[in-house]
Write a protein that binds this ligand. Structure first.
Ligand SMILES: Cc1cc2nc3c(=O)[nH]c(=O)nc-3n(C[C@H](O)[C@H](O)[C@H](O)COP(=O)(O)OP(=O)(O)OC[C@H]3O[C@@H](n4cnc5c(N)ncnc54)[C@H](O)[C@@H]3O)c2cc1C
Ligand code: SF4
Length: 511
């Protein structure tokens, strides 16, 4: 029997693997509906009050299991791309919370490139609005782009990079606004959690928010889930899936404290993130009659431009991504399809230092000389559509990890669309920084987020799950995380993932 009460030998209604953006809303929803739910989470359960801005210490919230990175645009993993622990990557995400642009649901219809989602924006918007209300999101009202909306909290105070971006955009006639952010700016009392405090502009969002101003799932959906009897088990790494004689899931194998255990279940939801969900299906050989598991791995084009200013910027201060422009979602002079969002950027010193070393190729005395400018730098960054390509994929390497499982290999190469978008964004951001008075401007070519690998669709020969996240092959297996996105879209993904999670929970209840 586990601490929260379910016996491993008795089948629970649902086992969920992973407690991040994909897993948590669904866990809460099913528990509230009276289902018996066990959630297996590979990482530990953290006490947010112990989070520290100290970057090396904060690496405890990063997923640091080794991943092999290949392709022509190999992606950096670790802290750049995934987190771990009860709450998943939202423990250290940036909380930048734009809605998906309705046009991104139908990119293929619009341009002949990429793929359409199996449903449109109208289907998802009510779920999106519900997530915003349930977790607490700040932003400007009215919001100048997309569907009219109201944000419950006023935006956090603009830090120096945001003020500088506003200056540069105004000069060039580009509209910019305070960004939607999953950050509360007034105290919030939640029955199942207690008081969450208002943002104090400390700037340490990526190191974990100590006062719970940053909305994740550890301080929203998971307390609700626990209050309704969900059994959330940290330190439990799922390693296998057992099928019964009819080919349906009957149990999950996991390792806790070095001991292999088995949890029987009537349904299984995979929410381990786009790399680990695909890895689990690939090494168990399940749900892959389409040969689509692992394929169409996508990122976001996440180019950054930095510059040095006469004024003091102190880029570690304040909510890091305080300003947004959506003017580049379909720029008139685009030589690519899709679009990108832009944000202002502050950054912690060690993170910035390693970006400088990589992007500027600086090392030794040259690097330390440049790093002295830290208190006068500011950045801009984008999040742009990345088209699906079957050869960009997660596969299993011949190397094995400490548990004897094959390590994942991720091949990722930009195509012409991503390269054109990177070049366009570099030009636009450079112009904004020049207009704002920057000198010594440089660009960092980078890709962020882990998207795709188990895409949803109506055709079982070209997708892994149906439009509600249910496996085409195994009817009591569901997937509910970033892996099911058929296209990357430009918006930062957490809001859409959580909305899909609530929607899949409803489908499970109706199944
Ligand atoms: C540094 C950083 C900044 C980001 N900033 C933003 C932002 O500003 N806005 C935004 O919208 N998005 C942002 N993101 C992206 C966002 O956080 C992710 O897209 C989202 O959290 C992914 O949700 P998920 O459910 O797919 O995976 P995750 O949230 O990563 O959850 C997966 C969970 O599964 C666990 N797990 C994995 N394998 C197993 C296993 N075998 N057994 C048991 N448990 C397992 C992991 O430990 C993890 O807790 C950021 C991400 C990072 C890393
Ligand atoms: S800037 Fe605000 S949201 Fe971010 S860690 Fe600090 S208090 Fe939390």
């Amino acid at each position: 029997m586990s601490a929260a009460g379910f016996d491993n030998r008795e089948a629970v209604d649902v086992v969920v693997i992973g407690t991040g953006a994909g897993g948590a809303p669904l866990i809460a929803e099913l528990a509230q509906a009276g289902r018996s739910v066990v959630a297996l989470e590979a990482g530990p359960s953290f006490e947010p009050k112990r989070f520290t801005p100290d970057e090396p210490t904060a690496s405890e919230i990063y997923w640091l299991h080794e991943r092999l990175s290949g392709g022509e645009t190999p992606q950096a993993f670790g802290g750049n791309n995934s987190g771990t622990g009860v709450g998943g990557s939202l423990l250290h995400y940036g909380a930048f919370m734009p809605r998906m642009d309705p046009r991104d649901f139908t990119l293929h219809s619009e341009t002949g490139k990429g793929v359409d989602w199996p449903f449109g924006a109208d289907e998802l918007m009510p779920w999106i609005a519900r997530v915003e209300a349930e977790i607490g999101v700040s932003g400007p009202t009215p919001y100048p782009w997309g569907v009219p909306r109201t944000y419950a909290y006023a935006p956090p105070t603009r830090n120096a990079p945001a003020q500088i971006m506003a200056r540069g955009c105004e000069t060039l006639g580009i509209t910019c606004k305070d960004a939607p952010a999953a950050v509360i700016t007034a105290e919030r009392d939640q029955p199942e959690f207690g008081v969450r405090h208002a943002c104090v502009n400390c700037g340490a969002c990526h190191q974990g928010c100590r006062n719970d101003a940053k909305s994740g799932v550890h301080n929203t959906y998971l307390p609700v889930a626990r209050a309704h009897g969900a059994d959330i088990r940290p330190g439990c790494m799922a390693t296998g899936i057992v099928l019964d004689g009819r080919g349906r899931v009957e149990a999950v194998i996991y390792v806790e404290g070095g001991v292999e255990k088995r949890q029987a279940c009537r349904a299984l939801v995979l929410a381990a993130g786009a790399v680990e969900t695909a890895r689990l299906l690939l090494h168990t050989g399940l749900a892959n009659s389409s040969d689509q598991v692992g394929r169409n791995y996508m990122t976001h084009v996440s180019t950054q431009v930095w510059g040095t200013f006469d004024e003091e910027t102190r880029p570690n201060h304040g909510y890091p991504s305080a300003l947004i422009t959506e003017d580049m979602m379909r720029p008139a002079d685009a030589d690519f399809v899709g679009g990108y969002l832009m944000q202002s950027l502050g950054m912690m010193p060690a993170t910035w230092g390693s970006l400088v070393a990589r992007a500027r190729g600086l090392w030794g005395p040259g690097l330390t000389r440049y790093l002295r400018h830290y208190n006068h730098v500011a950045g801009l960054g984008i999040n742009g559509e990345c088209l699906p390509r079957p050869e960009n994929r997660v596969t299993l390497s011949a190397e094995r990890d400490a548990m004897g499982l094959p390590k994942p290999r991720i091949d990722h190469s930009y195509g012409p669309n991503e390269i054109a978008m990177h070049n366009h964004a570099t030009r636009v951001m450079t112009r904004i920084w020049e207009a704002a008075g920057a000198r010594d401007i440089w660009a960092a070519d980078r890709a962020a987020h882990m998207i795709g690998t188990c895409r949803m669709g109506t055709d079982a020969s070209t997708s892994v799950v149906d439009p509600h996240g249910r496996s085409h092959d195994i009817d009591n297996l569901w997937i509910c995380d970033h892996s099911i996105f058929p296209s990357a879209a430009a918006a930062n993904p957490a809001l859409t993932i959580m909305a899909l999670s609530l929607r899949t929970a409803q489908a499970i209840q109706q199944s």
